[in-house]
Design a protein around this ligand. Structure first.
Ligand SMILES: [Zn+2]
Length: 124
């Protein structure tokens, strides 16, 4: 359960970003992004995502799926990191696993900071 302050911050963010109330979307089972019905989801992960972002399946897909160009850029970026970090006497699998982990951590950090910055801005 989120704290009241957190819920309030998310509510304000929603009004700023989408012009819709997050709480109202949950009450009506509608999507905060497009305003359409949000009653059918592909799997449990998508349902949980709705409980967080209040986005319908279609908007979740549009938001979270990357284009082939983005995927290519990402794998090139991870490849560069792997080259820099790859030492001698390591198997390709080790290097690949490191590259993936570094990429994921960087992505998670970037997303985390973006969300923190938004929240900070919304609250203060
Ligand atoms: Zn939607």
């Amino acid at each position: 359960m989120k704290s009241p302050a957190m819920v309030e911050a998310l509510e304000r963010l929603s009004m700023i970003q989408f012009g819709r109330s997050r709480a109202q979307c949950f009450a009506d089972l509608t999507c905060i992004a497009c305003g359409g019905a949000a009653k059918q989801f592909r799997n449990d992960t998508s349902k949980v995502e709705y409980s967080l972002s209040a986005m319908c399946q279609r908007c979740q897909d549009e938001t979270f799926e990357s284009t082939p160009e983005e995927q290519q850029e990402f794998s090139e970026f991870v490849g560069d990191v792997t080259l820099v970090r790859g030492g001698q006497g390591r198997s390709d699998d080790d290097v690949a696993a490191d590259g993936c982990a570094v990429g994921c951590i960087l992505l998670a950090c970037a997303l985390g900071w973006a969300v923190l910055a938004l929240l900070w801005w919304a609250v203060f």
